[in-house]
Design a protein around this ligand. Structure first.
Ligand code: PGA
Length: 244
């Protein structure tokens, strides 16, 4: 299974780094897509791979958003992953959606600086949104974009409605930029299901453009595109596919 392949690849790196007492820096994402990878990582942690030397940086958080809200990505990460593994809480970094608006620029710079101080992200996990976003880098995001406050597209807010139980979906978010993501040493972009087939085809078969930010990953040697059959349906005759 694709998510098992990704989880195994991650724990291989963690184990190699653990053996030489080196930290592993993970870039993590939220949404439905990474859940099976987190499930498998939790299983592998219980089976013996220690996450004590793992440091994590999440891609994004809604703004404004209290970390203690059940709708926050802070809650998502604790519920789906962090509370089940032995990663030390001080190693976890998630953009803070409760920061005062006038402090956001400085805050975003410090988030970038922290990633740099840890030597950069070893492995970045990504999902893809229907607008072609990664993180919350919506259409119009440039290849040089870094962590910042952004406005969310209507489609993105509509897709998020299901998690907000009738309360309004925030209009903004703090997200790592395309540049931040592209600097990771290894990138896994995951997509499951036929509803992702069209945006995957647009991202990888059409011209690279900020209209579809995922297209900035086209041809990137560090990228492994991990799809199930339905998500790959519109590209498998066009680009070489390795079945796993
Ligand atoms: P999903 O969201 O994993 O819930 O489909 C992906 C995204 O919007 O990045």
């Amino acid at each position: 299974m694709a998510s098992v392949h990704v989880a195994n690849s991650i724990t291989d790196v963690i184990q190699k780094n653990n053996a030489i007492n080196r930290q592993t820096i993970l870039g993590l994402s939220t949404g439905n897509t990474p859940k099976p990878v987190y499930d498998e990582l939790i299983r592998l942690n219980k089976a013996g791979t220690s996450f004590r030397n793992v440091v994590s940086f999440n891609l994004d958080e809604y703004y404004p958003m209290s970390g203690s809200s059940g709708k926050s990505y802070h809650s998502y990460m604790h519920n789906h992953f962090f509370s089940h593994v032995d990663i030390p809480s001080q190693n976890i970094h998630i953009p803070d959606g409760s920061i005062a608006e006038h402090e956001i620029n400085e805050y975003c710079k410090s988030y970038e600086q922290k990633i740099t101080d840890f030597g950069g992200i070893d492995i970045q996990i990504l999902g893809i949104g229907r607008t072609g976003h990664v993180g919350f880098n919506e259409p119009g995001s440039g290849i040089d974009s870094i962590t910042r406050l952004v406005y969310l597209e209507d489609i993105t807010r509509q897709d998020a409605k299901i998690h907000f139980n009738g309360s309004p979906v925030p209009e903004k978010a703090i997200t790592m930029g395309i540049k931040t993501i592209l600097e990771a040493k290894k990138i896994y972009l995951l997509a499951w299901g036929e509803k992702k087939a069209e945006i995957i085809a647009k991202s990888f078969l059409q011209q690279v453009s900020s209209d579809c930010p995922v297209s900035f990953l086209q041809g990137n040697k560090k990228l492994e595109l991990v799809l199930d059959e339905p998500a790959a349906a519109m590209i498998q005759n066009e680009i070489q596919v390795n079945r796993i």
